[in-house]
Design a protein around this ligand. Structure first.
Ligand code: IFM
Length: 437
């Protein structure tokens, strides 16, 4: 790699990512209900106080600055803001405004997700995503939170990983609201696209301009049997449906999904056309797909074909797939933000090289002309990992889940060295005294 290709320009942003339910603590929403129903892998696990970010936000902003971050991704918890339909909690709104203002004061650009998997407890009963009323419910919420963003130059993400919610919550029934129905999944997807467009209108009305996108979980798909035509066909269909259909709808206004025997839709939503300023990519791993001759016709596997060793959550460590995805999103002709990338690494030893190898792919993509503007590491802190509960550890900072003490992992020094030095160095180089200069 040339010296130029190893360097991040001044305007490239390094940051960290979190989400409300996973870190704040004390939230009553549909996930808290799901936990009480014993539906996590470990049926007694609870998110509860999470890692108390709600009270420790100043400390956490300082921790982010200490690793060289200049952007901080949070999400607003809809359930805090609108605990009953149409009743907004002014104190919660004020508390979020204070947190965003303090974030700015710490020198961190806010990256604000409006929806990160969770809902107020009333949502699924009254306006679940498969009903058109969900669009007006989301619009009403966004109208009330839009003023919080005034004057902050925030990057705004309408939905985090909508396909994860749709697959898990509407097609498989494994996460709230626990529906397992193909046509409802497609109706929900359409309404989420419409809701993004509605959110955009509300934000523009209030703020005049907005930098808006979604954060899409993108998998590098591969055929389980490279020679098998059905496995290869599944890769094409899945990449289109899972990785691209949402991005494409927000670019062209045309929502197209075709997963024969599973779920399909074809609908034009003109309000969604050109409705993003950036493309948000969450990249973690590769997935191998195998055709099976019975519903749902797909088997999904993580393989370790290069023998790098699975990450602790059991995912393949496949940095090459990151480049593949970055090349693919160039087609949208928009700046790209890596809104998440990270590793569950429970002893923290492997994280520096994971970051190094993934940032190398970002630099290669940039050298090829992909306009990647920023990288937000998932996550600043160890936190609550949904169905997996408290096992996984993605944090730059290790959190003692009893005392909530935050302790740096080796990746903190590494990330700071790269983010402040603006040059991709190896983890070994970062331990040498001159590294961060
Ligand atoms: O923790 C999640 C996050 O909420 C969404 N993206 C993937 C992360 C790791 O699984």
């Amino acid at each position: 790699m040339s010296v130029h290709a190893q360097t991040f320009p001044e305007h490239f942003t390094f940051g960290v990512a979190t989400s409300a339910y996973q870190v704040e603590g004390g939230i009553e929403n549909d996930w808290a209900e799901w936990e009480r129903a014993g539906k996590l892998k470990e049926p007694h696990a609870r998110c509860g106080p999470a890692v108390d970010h709600w009270n420790r936000f100043e400390e956490d902003y300082a921790l982010a600055r200490a690793v060289g971050a200049t952007a901080f991704r949070i999400s607003l918890e809809w359930a805090r803001v609108e605990p009953e339909p149409g009743r907004f909690d002014e104190a919660a709104l004020e508390a979020y405004r204070e947190r965003l203002t303090r974030m700015r004061a710490h020198g961190l650009r806010p990256v604000v997700t409006l929806h990160h998997f969770t809902h107020p407890t009333w949502f699924a009963g009254l306006t679940p995503w498969h009903l058109p009323a969900s669009v007006e419910a989301f619009r009403r919420y966004v109208r009330r939170v839009a003023p919080l963003l005034e004057g902050l130059d925030a990057l705004v993400i309408s939905f985090n990983e909508p396909m994860v919610l749709l697959l898990g919550g509407y097609l498989q029934g494994a996460i709230p609201p626990g529906i397992a129905d193909g046509p409802r999944t497609m109706a929900a997807m359409e309404n989420m696209v419409r809701s993004h467009a509605a959110a955009r209108q509300e934000l523009l009305e209030r703020l005049g301009r907005v930098e808006l996108g979604i954060s899409q979980n993108m998998l590098a798909f591969a055929p389980d049997r490279w020679w098998h035509p059905m496995d290869r066909a599944l890769v094409q269909l899945s990449a289109q449906a899972y990785n691209h259909a949402f991005h494409e709808a927000l670019s062209s206004g045309k929502l197209r999904v075709s997963m024969p025997g599973v779920a399909s839709t074809r609908v034009d939503i003109p309000a969604a056309r050109d409705s993003v300023e950036f493309v948000g990519v969450n990249y973690y791993t590769r997935a191998h797909l195998r055709f099976v001759p019975r519903p749902p016709f797909i088997e999904f596997k993580y393989r370790d074909r290069r023998e790098r060793g699975y990450t602790d959550i059991g995912w393949e460590d496949w940095p090459e797939g990151f480049l593949q995805i970055l090349r693919e999103v160039r087609r949208y002709g928009r700046p790209v933000w890596i809104t998440e990338n990270g590793i569950d690494d429970r002893d923290g030893q492997r994280r520096p090289s994971y970051i190094h190898e993934h940032l190398a792919q970002v630099l290669t993509a940039r050298a090829e002309g992909v306009d990647v503007r920023g990288y937000l590491y998932w996550s600043l802190l160890d936190n609550f990992e949904w169905l997996e509960g408290w096992g996984p550890r993605f944090g730059l900072y290790h959190v003692d889940f009893q005392t909530l003490e935050r302790r740096p992992t080796p990746a903190c020094d590494y990330y700071r060295a790269v983010a402040t030095g603006r040059r991709l160095i190896t983890p070994a180089e970062a331990t040498q005294p001159s590294a961060a200069r």
